[in-house]
Design a protein around this ligand. Structure first.
Ligand SMILES: Nc1ncnc2c1ncn2[C@@H]1O[C@H](COP(=O)(O)OP(=O)(O)OP(=O)(O)O)[C@@H](O)[C@H]1O
Ligand SMILES: [Mg+2]
Length: 576
């Protein structure tokens, strides 16, 4: 089996690394750079450019040049170029493919396996879409790793002797992740993660764009894609400059054509103070996830010994200041904010391939959000749907948990299990991941039948849901996926006679059906047993079928006596 690479697939930039001589090494792209812009250009002839070469087309051909595609991961939006449609993961696959080819070139070997990082706060759907992008790029995705956890691995490997509480604050181009972990002599124990999948440097760019060119009656920049790209580039340049300078002169000559063909230009001086004012609300909103992650880890800011600042947006002075004000003056670590995630991904790859000793470095991670179902609840105000957690947020993974539910109405034979993730008690405020249908529940009064729903959440943060009828053992399972649920086909009970060994059961089942038709099964017990027998036969569960047969025999005898009794009563005979 070949070498495994680690890839930081970022909103704005991407990096690839692997382990060389026991330490992570970033691999250069075809331009010799370690950081590749996450930009893909598709040419008229279908030819693909990635990185800096693609970024050049952002201004001239924005219609077939894609940036910040990560923010669309797992969503339904499609991208169009030259009349052809692409799903976000297909574009991401082109980016991954380029990085891998560059790595192959530099290592002079074929690469077929990778660890890919995602924001800790990425949902199940977004993780699956990322894994899919890897697959489309021809890679075996060995692990989907949380970005802040990757940063912690990088720090952990370099500080194997330390025992510290660490907070990772990762603000990149499109996402915010906060992770709290304990480092204990090479054991990295992630305690809690929190974040926002829609907050990052690109939001700051957009705020600046809005301030630079407000749409007027004569011209609206949002109607002109090329003008928008120029504006976006100017805004980002301005933001980056203001990280080290007090003011910046934005100059965009002939940005737009206004009324009567008059050219409109933007000339503005932006002071750092202005910028800080404009983004204050967004920057301040990152305080809450820090406090929430700390609270979930049962720590206070005073318990922290190290803060790792990760992601290009942590170079912004007011971002650093906010982190410091929120956590107190905790020493900041000097990890490379741009490269640490890819280095950590390479370390995870090294742990899997064995080039890093997993006795030196051990990692536990958590599920960053709560996963659960949306059952019906009977209350004084009638019935309502509520969110019922099964795996609470920040449970150590892999995790497997289950709960028992009862069908909500009498004689219900089918249930739909809705799967959600989020923290609200109202499922409508959470994200719906999918559903699972379980049929073949023996009809019974409410409370008599039970359905067990179990969730298992793996090391990649991917969820598998199973449901089974406890009385019969009938089970369906599904991987909650971007394309909906892939449920196994339910059993077709009407075909029980085709099952192996069914012949022996035929007389008994016929008798039972006759009795039921005569109204001899008021409690539904016979029907239930008959169903279970049929299911056991179809599932080739011979032992269970045999046991059930004995039960059914006994029950039918009792029923016959009961029917006899009723007949006698109508004749007016009393028996003891
Ligand atoms: N010196 C700087 N000052 C301010 N912002 C900066 C600076 N350098 C980079 N950035 C911003 O950082 C962002 C990119 O950071 P990074 O490469 O860490 O993100 P990413 O990994 O691509 O995104 P994500 O992790 O959210 O998917 C961009 O928005 C960029 O404008
Ligand atoms: Mg990043």
């Amino acid at each position: 089996m070949g070498r495994i690479v680690g890839i930081d697939l970022g909103t704005s930039t991407s990096e690839i690394a692997c382990i060389v001589d026991g330490t992570p090494k970033l691999l250069p792209n075809s331009q010799g750079k370690l950081v590749t812009p996450s930009v893909v250009h598709i040419g008229e002839d279908g030819g693909v450019l990635v990185g800096e070469a693609a970024a050049e087309y952002l201004f001239t051909r924005p219609d077939c040049t894609f940036m910040e595609v990560k923010r669309l991961t797992g969503g339904g939006e499609v991208l169009k170029a030259h009349g052809k449609e692409y799903r976000p993961e297909e574009i991401q696959a082109l980016l991954l493919g380029y990085l891998v080819r560059c790595a192959e070139e530099s290592l002079k070997e074929k690469i077929e396996r990778a660890v890919i990082t995602v924001p800790a706060y990425f949902t199940d759907l977004q993780r699956r879409a990322t894994a899919k992008a890897g697959e489309l790029a021809g890679l075996a995705v060995e692990r989907i790793l949380n970005e802040p956890t990757a940063a912690a691995l990088d720090y952990g490997l370099a500080n194997l002797k330390e025992c510290k509480n660490v907070l990772v604050y990762d603000l990149g181009g499109g996402t915010l992740d906060v992770t709290v972990l304990e480092l204990f002599e090479g054991v990295i124990d992630v305690k809690a993660s929190c974040g926002n999948n829609h907050l990052g440097g690109k939001d700051f760019d957009e705020i600046i764009m809005g301030r630079l060119a407000e749409p007027s009656d004569s011209a609206d920049p949002s109607a002109d894609e090329r003008a928008l790209m120029r504006l976006k580039k100017a805004a980002e340049d301005c933001k980056i400059a203001l990280s080290t300078r007090e003011e910046y002169q934005v100059s965009l000559p002939f940005l737009l054509t206004g009324a009567e063909g008059k050219p409109l230009s933007v000339e503005k001086t932006v002071r750092r103070e202005d910028f800080e004012d404009w983004v204050a609300e967004k920057v301040n909103s990152t305080r809450e996830p820090m406090m929430s992650a700390l609270a979930d880890a049962a720590l206070t800011p005073g318990d922290l010994q190290v803060v790792l600042l990760v992601g290009g947006s942590t170079r912004i002075p007011c971002v650093k200041k906010l982190v410091e004000e929120t956590l107190g003056t905790v020493p900041r670590s000097l990890v490379d904010p741009d490269l640490t995630v890819a280095r950590g991904a390479a370390i995870q790859a090294g742990l899997i391939e064995g080039s890093i000793n997993n006795e030196d470095l051990v990692l536990t991670d958590v599920c960053p959000y709560t996963l659960g179902t949306a059952p019906l609840q009977h209350g004084i105000f009638g019935r309502r749907v509520f969110f019922d957690p099964i795996i609470p947020r920040n449970t150590t993974i892999p995790a497997e948990k289950s709960k028992i539910y009862h069908p909500a109405v009498d004689y219900q034979t089918e249930v739909t299990i809705d799967v959600y993730q989020g923290e609200s008690s109202d499922p409508a405020n959470n994200e719906r991941l999918g559903e699972l249908n379980l049929s073949g529940i023996p009809p019974a009064k409410v409370g008599k039948e039970s359905v067990e729903v179990s969730f298992s959440y793996d090391m990649n943060g991917i969820l598998q849901v199973k449901a089974s009828v406890l009385s019969t053992g009938r089970q369906v399972s599904a991987e909650i996926s971007t394309t909906g649920i892939k449920a196994k086909a339910p059993l077709d009970l009407s075909r029980w006679e085709e099952a192996e060994g069914a012949r022996k059961f035929r007389p008994l089942i016929r008798k039972a059906e006759k009795l039921m038709a005569a109204g001899g099964d008021p409690g539904g017990d016979v029907e239930l047993l008959v169903r279970r027998v049929k299911e056991a036969l179809l599932l080739k569960n011979t032992k269970e079928a045999g046991d059930l047969r004995d039960q059914l025999l006994g029950m039918l005898e009792a029923l016959e006596q009961l029917l006899q009794l009723q007949d006698d009563r109508t004749l007016g005979i009393d028996r003891p």
